[in-house]
Design a protein. Structure first.
Length: 336
């Protein structure tokens, strides 16, 4: 069997997806430059699955390094997670974001073409629905972005659409993730951000273990049931399983296919804080502050296409998402 090259496989979503591929019997190779992750996560994937991973410490923009992997290994498909992902930082450093995310994807596609490798699964994002679409988001809505990070996702989807049109045998699935949270049940892998977290869940987790003092709730005057922002949080293990289904779909279907991976269900910031309080067993201090620039009131998926095409749907609950996140935080208060 050919192998799967997982770019960014040491990161949060990539590591969980490697576990699911390995447990489904697919051998994986990981390429990661460890710019936002640690090699320890590779060791832990091996510990969970009891299976070995060939790890390449390399930058996806390094054409020779990527060609070397394709020369040494029989690569059947590429699952592409590698990229920079902090929205605020992308506004400060647009060139770094375009350079890393777009050029990295160019190099991968170019080398894939060179070696006749035709299967690609890409980490897209619900951010491509922009500010103007009504919820729930459906895959055929127009895409747009409000920051350089989001534009890298919109642009890469376009590049994939064009690449598929030029090579009728190529297949690319763009998985539009909603808000991935939680951790593997073992507590061995999870989200381990550098510095102060930007996203809600790792922030709550660090307040829960006592590393941060209190949660700032960014606005309570949105047109939502309790006034706080509503998002479609999805357990990272459910999300990871979606990649196995997407790769099997790509095996059978040519062309470009964007697919939402979400639960189809929205949860507010206050609901999330209270769910986490139940999981960790104590109250979490929070204060209402002003809105964060660029935030929207509500974002959740129409999850029916994933069910229809991939026979995939999310199974985990808000309770298990919080419990698994808390388990990881307790076992790894200082990260991996
Ligand atoms: P992450 O930062 O944990 O993982 C990304 C990995 O890519 C890291 O291990 C990093 O070291 C690696 N990387 C970055 N640039 C690289 C390069 N040039 N060469 C090699 N490796 C490189 O992030 P994540 O949360 O696991 O996200 C994975 C993908 O999913 C990203 O593309 C992200 O944009 C996308 N996504 C994430 C979310 C989310 O909320 N976490 C939501 C939607 C989409
Ligand atoms: C969730 C909710 C905040 C932090 C971002 C990216 C998106 C995607 C996922 C990659 C919102 C509120 C947050 C805090 C808060 N990434 N919040 N206090 O903004 O939905 O999505 O990550 O593609 O592109 O934009 O996720 O976790 O930052 O915020 O009140 O300290 O929590 O306002 O309503 P978001 P998030």
């Amino acid at each position: 069997m050919g192998k799967i090259l997982v770019t960014g496989g040491a990161g949060f979503i990539g590591s969980h997806t490697c576990v699911e591929f390995l447990e489904s019997g697919y051998p994986v190779i990981v390429l990661d430059n460890l710019s936002n992750s640690k090699q320890e996560s590779i060791r832990r994937i091996e510990e969970i699955t009891k299976k070995p991973i060939d790890f390449y410490l390399a930058d996806m923009r390094d054409e020779n390094a990527v060609r070397k992997i394709f020369t040494e290994q029989e690569i059947d498909s590429v699952v592409h997670f590698a990229g920079l992902k902090a929205v605020g930082e992308s506004v400060e450093k647009p060139l770094e974001y375009y350079e890393n995310n777009i050029n990295g994807t160019f190099v991968l596609l170019k080398i894939m073409r060179e070696f006749g490798c035709k299967k690609f699964v890409f980490s897209s994002s619900a951010t491509v629905y922009g500010m103007n679409n009504p919820v729930p988001y459906v895959e055929d809505m127009p895409t747009s972005a409000t920051n350089p990070y989001g534009y890298t996702k919109v642009m890469i989807e376009q590049i994939l659409r064009d690449f598929c049109a030029a090579d009728p045998d190529f297949r690319a699935v763009a998985l539009r993730y909603f808000n991935p949270i939680g951790a593997h049940k073992s507590g061995l892998i999870g989200e381990d951000p550098n510095g102060i977290p930007n996203n809600l869940l790792p922030y709550i987790g660090q307040v829960a273990v006592g590393k941060l003092e209190k949660i700032s709730v960014f606005g309570d005057d949105y047109p939502t049931p309790d006034g706080t922002g509503v998002r479609d949080y999805i357990h990272v293990v459910d999300l990871a399983k979606g990649h196995v289904c997407a790769l099997e779909y790509a095996d059978q279907h040519k062309g470009f296919t964007p697919i939402n991976l979400g639960t189809g269900h929205g949860v507010s910031v206050l609901e999330m804080i209270h769910a986490y309080e139940k999981a960790c067993g104590h109250a979490l201090p929070y204060q209402i502050t002003s809105r964060r620039a660029g935030d929207i009131a509500s974002s959740y998926a129409d999850a029916s296409l994933a069910k229809q095409l991939l026979n995939w749907e999310a199974h985990e609950t808000l309770e298990t998402m919080c419990a698994d996140s808390w388990n990881f935080m307790q076992k790894n208060p200082n990260g991996l």
